[in-house]
Design a binder for this molecule. Structure first.
Ligand code: G3P
Ligand code: MG
Length: 264
């Protein structure tokens, strides 16, 4: 006999494109979102941090080196820490050439522009708060404030997630109504209690962490169960069979969300 699921309905699609679908196009750029959308994706994950002057923008790494032309643009004595540059300088960088010539000149994306793209098209968003070191709480606060304003008239809010409990605490303090998820790359001591203290609605785990026991613990605590980064069919099937709720993938070319069953 299966236990009745008393959790509130989950408004998000099962399949989520990672970094805005950032394999076929440069990660965390508008081009990546367009690429994922062209493959049928309706929900996206992206990484958001703050510029020196407090503008939220999309970038995974702490530094600009891997995914922009900052070395070329800022010259030899480069300070590569992304969060130590103003948005006026960051917004002039080329965040596409590193990927391929087809995307030369693609800019870094401001969070507000990506939000507007999602809202105009009816897409769902998972905002991973990815703070520059030392700015964990502040980043959670600012990102939550922007998200609350941008989604003020939307029927489904974005899902805020972070590996950093202080970032989620900042988001909760400023905009408690926005749903939160704790990201886990390991089951560190107190993971479930931390998620509950932060009033999270979900856990987003490295997919290897999910098994019958961890799924049952999360479910009985009222939490939804999501995974990153699910890039092969056997891993996806295992997670679906376990009854988990969301799969974040790079392989938008392999998994066709329109053909997948919805979350119950
Ligand atoms: O949010 C899920 C996933 O993106 C976490 O890992 O390093 O790709 O941001 P990372
Ligand atoms: Mg991420």
């Amino acid at each position: 006999m299966t236990t009745q699921d008393t959790r509130p309905p989950w408004p998000y699609p099962r399949w989520i494109a990672h970094r805005g679908a950032g394999k076929l196009a440069p990660e965390n750029t508008l081009a990546a979102f367009r690429s994922g959308a062209s493959q049928g994706y309706r929900m996206f994950e992206c990484d958001v941090k703050l510029s020196l002057d407090g503008v939220p923008f999309l970038l995974h790494d702490d530094t600009l080196v891997r995914t922009t032309n900052a070395r070329e643009q800022f010259g030899a004595g480069l300070n590569a820490v992304a969060g130590e540059h103003r948005w006026s300088a960051l917004s002039r960088l080329d965040a596409g050439s590193w990927h391929s010539r087809a995307f030369a000149g693609e800019p870094l994306a401001s969070f507000d522009n990506i939000a507007r793209f999602c809202l105009s098209n009816g897409y769902f968003l998972n905002i991973e708060i990815k703070p520059t070191a030392g700015l964990e709480r502040q980043t959670g606060e600012v990102v939550a404030d922007h998200a609350a304003q941008l989604w003020a008239h939307a029927s489904v809010p974005p899902l805020l997630s972070s590996f950093d409990p202080p970032a989620l605490a900042g988001a909760r303090a400023r905009q408690p109504q926005l749903p939160r998820a704790l990201l886990l790359d390991a089951l560190w001591s107190g993971w479930l209690e931390t998620a509950l203290t932060l009033e999270c609605v979900a856990l987003v785990c490295n997919h290897a962490l999910w098994d019958a026991s961890t799924v049952a613990q999360a479910r009985s605590a009222g939490l939804r169960t999501l995974s990153y980064t699910v890039n092969d069919e056997s891993a996806a099937q295992r997670l679906i069979d376990l009854g988990t709720d969301g799969l974040i993938t790079d392989r938008v070319d392999l998994f066709a969300p329109a053909r997948q069953p919805p979350v119950n």
